[in-house]
Design a protein around this ligand. Structure first.
Ligand code: TMP
Length: 213
């Protein structure tokens, strides 16, 4: 493979994205692909430093617009130093969250002008959009129940209310509906194995397309 494949995992909280990203990375390696497993915010030393600034502290530490700009500073560093070199080397990049999270969290749920976010996408990501995005969907009841089980109140983003999670869910569903060529919706209210099989089916289809291109 010459051009690599860029796969992102997206969705609200508590859907098991990180577990599934790890399972996918192992499965790809077992099939002899070179894989870079990474995450946002973060994924490069500079972006990990920004991650700490973004995820720690009170829920209102940053305004949604400041948060957007910090996410995009982290994203640019992550692209330049981790994602693009790996794709150029023909690797598969598996990324836990990417720009759809900014559209949903800061845009739809946080109220940042979608035009500002679209302009940042153009300037910062440009033609390096993901080849495949797995959008995890979970009823808000389940999101809240899982957060309570984990005692997740410490995380800034998880301490927001039900309405916030409802807006997030609607935003991710809308992204998947609008971009069917890139996005595959994953029902996250299922056992781990059923989810990883659905993900593998979607990834195999993308790998075949990448070989043909
Ligand atoms: P996670 O490690 O649980 O995915 O946490 C990252 C948090 O950051 C999560 O609550 C979503 C949030 N986030 C945004 O609000 N905007 C973004 O662009 C990204 C990448 C993450």
């Amino acid at each position: 493979m010459s051009a690599g494949l860029f796969i992102t995992f997206e969705g609200g909280e508590g859907g098991g994205k990180s577990t599934q990203a790890r399972i996918l990375a192992e499965r790809l390696r077992a099939a002899d692909h070179e894989v870079v497993l990474t995450r946002e915010p973060g994924g490069s030393p500079g972006a990990e430093a920004l991650r700490n600034l973004l995820l720690e502290g009170d829920a209102d530490r940053w305004s949604p617009l400041s948060e957007t700009l910090l996410m995009y500073a982290a994203r640019r560093d992550h692209l330049e130093r981790t994602i693009l070199p790996a794709l150029t080397a023909g690797k598969v990049v598996v990324c836990d969250r990417f720009y759809d999270s900014t559209r949903a969290y800061q845009g739809a749920a946080g109220g940042v002008d979608p035009g500002v976010i679209a302009a940042l996408e153009d300037a910062v990501v440009g033609r390096h959009a993901p080849d495949l995005t797995l959008v995890f969907d979970l009823p808000v009841e389940t999101v809240l129940a899982r957060a309570a089980e984990r005692g997740a109140a410490e995380a800034r983003f998880e301490s927001k209310g039900r309405a916030f999670h409802e807006r997030l869910r609607a935003a991710f569903l809308e992204i998947a509906r609008r971009e069917p060529a890139r996005c595959v919706l994953i029902d996250a209210d299922r056992p781990v194995e059923a989810m990883s099989d659905a993900i593998w089916t979607a990834v195999e289809a993308s790998l075949s397309k990448a070989i043909l291109r």
